[in-house]
Ligand binder design. Structure first.
Ligand code: BES
Ligand code: ZN
Ligand code: ZN
Length: 480
């Protein structure tokens, strides 16, 4: 989307639709207060009210609610609603008058984010070969912020990360017969080709086996698509610790021999949402040129059942030599993340954050409102929580405890991938992962509840791209 910042009046700008925010106790600007309908405009949050300007340009009043309750989140929501209204009206250029909030940069970021995310569509597979002439309207293509020139940098930053989040949504939504492990690897290669400071290395099944990554080998044994281990590095000349990012890249999770029920299984194409967020946040961080150093590791495979698949009870050896009894082949995410976390530490990660659609239990605990964070380090946990608050991608910390770890002991191997009791599923999964990070500060983010079907105005009910804004904010904070 083309984003521009102009210090001008809503009626003076050449956009198809000009949006003006209104607080409940507010009044409309002079320039539009005489337009038809202006007298009835109310400022209730989420309420939209179109006004008709004589000259043909349309004006939309967007309710912002109580002035004292305004927040970046409310502005993201209002902007997404306005963008959807613009699509409905089939206008392609939009202008937003920056509302008075006391924090112009944050408001500009929020309006750009809400507009870019709220305009998201995925029509790659629609209308092909049907001969139909009604191709979809172009949607919102440009946004002009009527705001002080000083907010231009904030607006541009938001454009970069929100577009990255939309690309993560594309990767999530692309079906598993297209978005395979090699497709994710090709995307990583394209990111490296686009940015001088990014390098990529991709390992295939033989190299993965030769390195002794027994978890990734085991999950891939069911067949289907060949696995990939993707490493992206970004050298941003940072002065802080190298940030390791790990993303679960299961491009389809059938459960394997511990087969999932059929109903809803199509959603398991989203089991690579962590990988999508990691890849596209690296792209955004590189595009923004943030002063941090990154090493991102994405283990990617399908989880399929077959005669060669791993079976419940099989014992495997992970990259760091720890042995694991695979008591449920549907708990595959932790097996591939275990190798990837240990590998990221070896590659120089000094602070680790992993994103994974790891457990159904996290949705029971926190719904789609918060992602769970489990960390072995208070400072990193606090940094993640703070990045969540700033970005609006909220997280909530759950505890570690030796009693949870005890549930993950194996009978014939060091560990079991399935807790011995059906308790605290999100935490026991994290306790398993903790065995593979050594002393490195690490935060695990379980995004199974937040990666899709979130239901917020700007993310909708399909893929959300959760994690891109959070990781970019974490990197921005570290770089500042
Ligand atoms: N990918 C799933 C987790 C998941 C489930 C994500 C539903 C989103 C929606 C993961 O691989 C899995 O199957 N986890 C099991 C673990 C269990 C067998 C210990 C789960 O959560 O049921
Ligand atoms: Zn699974
Ligand atoms: Zn899974």
């Amino acid at each position: 989307m083309k984003i521009e910042v102009l210090p001008s009046e809503p009626t003076a700008v050449e956009a198809d639709l000009a949006v003006v925010g209104l607080y409940e106790d507010g009044t409309l600007p002079e320039a539009i207060k005489d337009l038809a309908g202006a007298g009835d405009a109310k400022g209730a949050f989420k309420k939209l009210m179109p006004l008709h300007a004589d000259a043909g340009a349309r004006v939309l009043v967007a309710g912002l609610g109580k002035r004292e309750e305004v927040s970046p989140e409310r502005l993201r929501v209002a902007a997404a609603l306005a963008a959807k209204e613009a699509s409905r009206l089939e206008v392609s250029s939009l202008a937003w008058a920056l509302p008075e909030t006391g924090e112009d940069d944050a408001a500009a970021e929020a309006l750009v984010t809400g507009t870019v995310l709220g305009s998201y569509r995925f029509d790659r597979f629609k209308g092909k070969g049907t001969g139909s002439e009604d191709s979809p309207a172009p949607g919102v293509e440009s946004l002009t912020l009527l705001a002080p020139a000083g907010t231009a940098a904030a607006a541009e930053t938001a454009r970069v990360y929100a577009e990255a989040q939309n690309r993560a949504r594309d990767l999530q939504t692309t079906p598993a017969n297209v978005a395979t492990p090699s497709y994710l690897a090709a995307r990583a290669e394209a990111i490296a080709a686009d940015h001088d400071a990014v390098t990529v290395e991709v390992l295939g099944p033989e190299q993965i086996a030769a390195k002794g990554m027994g978890g990734l080998v085991a999950v891939n044994r069911g067949g289907g698509e060949p696995s990939r281990l993707i490493v992206l590095r970004y050298a941003g000349d940072g002065s802080g610790p190298t940030l390791g990012l790990v993303g679960k890249g299961v491009t389809f999770d059938t459960g394997g021999i511990s087969l999932k029920p059929g109903a809803g299984m199509q959603e398991m194409k989203y089991d690579m949402s962590g990988a999508a967020a990691v890849l596209e946040s690296v792209a955004a961080i590189a595009e923004l040129g943030l002063a941090v150093d990154l090493v991102a590791v994405v283990p990617s495979t399908e989880n399929m059942p077959s005669g060669s698949a791993i079976k419940p009870g099989d014992v495997i050896t992970q990259y760091n030599g720890v042995t694991v009894e695979v008591n449920n082949t549907d708990a595959e995410g932790r097996l591939i993340l275990a190798d990837a976390l240990a590998y990221a530490v070896e590659l120089g990660a000094e602070r680790l954050v992993d994103l994974a659609t790891l457990t159904g239990a996290v949705t029971i605990a926190l719904g789609s409102t918060y992602a769970a964070v489990i960390a072995n380090d208070d400072e990193l946990a606090a940094a993640v929580a703070q990045a969540g608050e700033v970005s609006g991608e909220l997280t909530w910390r759950l505890p570690l405890h030796p009693e949870f770890k005890a549930l993950m002991k194996g009978k014939v191997a060091d560990l079991s991938n399935l807790a011995s009791k059906r308790k605290a599923g999100t935490i026991t999964a994290a306790s398993f992962l903790e065995e593979f990070v050594g002393e490195t500060p690490w935060a695990h983010i379980d995004i199974a509840g937040t990666a899709w079907e979130v239901g917020r105005e700007y993310t909708g009910n399909e893929a959300s791209g959760f994690g891109v804004r959070l990781l970019v904010e974490l990197a921005r904070h570290q770089a500042s």
